[in-house]
Design a protein around this ligand. Structure first.
Ligand SMILES: NC(=O)c1ccc[n+]([C@@H]2O[C@H](COP(=O)([O-])OP(=O)(O)OC[C@H]3O[C@@H](n4cnc5c(N)ncnc54)[C@H](O)[C@@H]3O)[C@@H](O)[C@H]2O)c1
Length: 278
């Protein structure tokens, strides 16, 4: 099956993790893909591995001009743009609100919010210029829904995306231009290794250990893999999702479908004691 035959996509943060897995999935399904990232070596190697259907373009997404430029490169190279997967992100500043400085908040928002506003803006402009439909996908996070997954600044940025995708969906109504967010749970990628200062040489060992520890916290019984997110992105990029816009899709093994705290068991325990008088 070739879900993206003839489509052209830009994927940001494509040198690693979910972005890389998505680039692989998109090319497998017939797309031409521009991989945009700041990791030159990994990005270029990934594009070379994917062959003629892929191109790496060094892009710092915190620069709106570079986001605009990578859209132009995609159009100049492959003739059009059909999918913008705005995925690059990092924790940046993990401070609790008490210690969060304006500068730390600004740096976090520059990568985790401003960059995505630029991606939405320039992708939608290109779709309108082509007079074609198009799909914009963003990687938000379950941190948009629940506190405790990541730092305050990151969580606030990811929550703002929910408004960004809905607003973009509304402002482009009637055009076939769609905007949807994926909300990953804990997925075993470099972002976790980076957050805990583990070097690339021990990344596999570290992520395997984390996966063993947290797998049981999901309803599916395992931690997420980059390909789990890529599969969701593939669906949202394809025409199979043509009637889906303005939604935030948790892809988290069911982690946010159930309460993690003990409130319900405490209530049940109290009710039992209440009835038995113990
Ligand atoms: N892994 C998780 O558990 C998890 C959970 C929820 C959300 N997310 C989100 O998923 C997305 C992908 O992260 P991942 O888990 O694949 O991590 P990753 O670290 O493997 O990939 C992130 C990529 O973004 C790139 N990047 C960082 N800053 C950039 C910049 N200024 N310009 C261009 N590229 C830049 C990095 O070089 C890297 O290749 C991020 O937005 C992240 O916040 C991850």
């Amino acid at each position: 099956m070739s879900l993206l035959h003839g489509k052209v996509a830009v994927i940001t943060g494509a040198a690693s993790g979910m972005g890389l897995a998505s680039a692989e999935a998109f090319v497998e399904h017939g797309a031409k893909v521009v991989l945009a990232d700041i990791q030159d070596e990994r990005g270029a190697a990934a594009a070379a591995h994917l062959g003629d259907s892929a191109l790496f373009v060094r892009t710092d997404v915190t620069s709106a001009a570079q986001v605009e430029s990578v859209v132009s490169v995609a159009v100049d190279t492959f003739g059009r743009l059909d999918v913008m997967f705005s995925n690059a992100g990092a924790a940046v500043d993990l401070s609790p609100i008490d210690d969060l400085t304006p500068a730390g908040l600004d740096r976090t928002l520059a990568l985790n919010l401003q960059a995505h506003v630029a991606a939405h803006k320039y992708a939608a402009r290109q779709f309108r210029a082509q007079g074609s439909p198009g799909s914009i996908i963003t990687t938000a996070s379950v941190a948009a829904l629940q506190a405790g997954w990541n730092g305050a600044a990151y969580s606030m940025a990811k929550a703002a995306w929910l408004a960004l995708v809905r607003q973009t969906a509304m402002e482009n109504q009637g055009t076939g231009i769609r905007s949807n967010a994926i909300l990953p749970g804990a997925v075993l990628t470099s972002i976790i290794t980076d957050m805990f200062g583990v070097g690339r040489d021990r990344e596999d060992e570290f992520l395997t250990g984390i996966g063993d520890r947290i797998g049981g916290e999901t309803l599916i019984g395992r931690a997420g893999q980059a390909r789990d997110i890529a599969n969701a992105a593939l669906f949202l990029a394809s025409d199979l999702s043509a009637w889906i816009t303005g939604v935030a899709l948790p892809v988290d093994g069911g982690a946010t479908a159930v309460t993690k705290d003990a409130t319900v068991s405490l209530i049940t325990e109290f009710a039992t004691e209440f009835h038995t008088g113990s």
